[in-house]
Design a protein around this ligand. Structure first.
Ligand code: ATP
Ligand code: MG
Length: 254
């Protein structure tokens, strides 16, 4: 149960994975017979050891690669999906604003509409003042916020993030987590967030699944019982510690 409001729920995508299988050449199946249902508007964290298939799973959900078996059903069938990678992947010759408008350019929107939308989302991620700067003039955290803005500008109903904050210092990461959670609350899209970090998963998500080392088996599927408002104050809350302990227990199982 992760829904915040009725309106929000209407803006997210629901997903159903049925017997999903992915096998690369000359290897055992990375994911074998995975079943998972994700509600519209859910904030799901996917945890698991390195190499267990988290990115593989996310790429299939994004339709960047196809399952070798089973299927992934989304409701509604066609909707706006955005993907944020671990590296910001910005175009160095474009300013912050020009990077942010890029997906809208590709969608064929007019110049003024593009700029208005991009400025609104840059404002939301706290980058209004930096719109004329180039990527080389930004810190890592700022670059990641541009990447987030570029994903959000298309108003995705499904936002997929693959360890987006892994390379950032802890304070920057903490602040971006709060910002992302806040954006999710306001927009109500479905979020699937892949991470190595137990504290990040517990802090951000409403539900966390822990994958086993092999085969995409789900070790733990847990509703995170923390209040909907997540500020940095929560970081020292014993309830967060309790959630982390449970997730850690599942990560340690062999
Ligand atoms: N294109 C590919 N060709 C062959 N094997 C691949 C390919 N992509 C991934 N794999 C293999 O599939 C397994 C899962 O990889 P994946 O990148 O999904 O793991 P991950 O859980 O995201 O790991 P990490 O936490 O390190 O990012 C690994 O053993 C990897 O070597
Ligand atoms: Mg990965």
């Amino acid at each position: 149960m992760t829904k915040t409001t009725g309106t929000n729920t209407a803006r997210g995508v629901a997903l159903r994975l049925e017997g999903v299988r992915r096998v690369f050449e000359n290897s055992l199946a990375v994911i074998e017979g995975m079943d998972l249902a994700i509600d519209a508007g859910e904030f799901l964290a996917v945890l698991g050891p390195s190499g267990c298939g988290k990115s593989t799973l996310l790429r299939m959900i994004a339709r960047l690669s196809a399952p070798d078996g089973g299927r992934i059903v989304t409701e509604p069938e066609h909707s706006q999906v955005a993907f944020v990678f671990q590296d910001a992947h910005l175009l160095p010759w474009r300013t912050v604003l020009a990077n942010t408008v890029l997906p809208l350019e590709l969608m064929g929107l007019g110049r003024e509409e593009r700029r208005t939308k991009a400025r609104a989302v840059l404002d939301q991620v706290g980058l209004a003042e930096a719109e004329a700067r180039y990527p080389a003039q930004l810190s890592g955290g700022m670059r990641m916020r541009v990447s987030l803005a570029r994903a959000l500008v298309t108003e995705p109903r499904l936002l997929l993030l693959d360890e987006p904050f892994a390379a950032l210092d802890e304070i920057t990461r903490f602040n971006l987590e709060v910002q992302l959670r806040d954006l999710w609350q306001r927009r109500g899209m479905t979020v699937i967030f892949v991470t190595h970090s137990i504290s990040e998963a517990a802090f951000l998500a409403n539900r966390a699944v822990v994958l086993a080392r092999r085969g995409g088996k789900i070790r733990l599927d847990r509703h995170i019982g923390l209040p909907p408002e997540r500020s940095n104050d929560l970081r020292s809350d014993p309830r967060l510690g309790q959630e982390m302990k449970l997730l850690m227990g599942a990560m340690e199982e062999e």
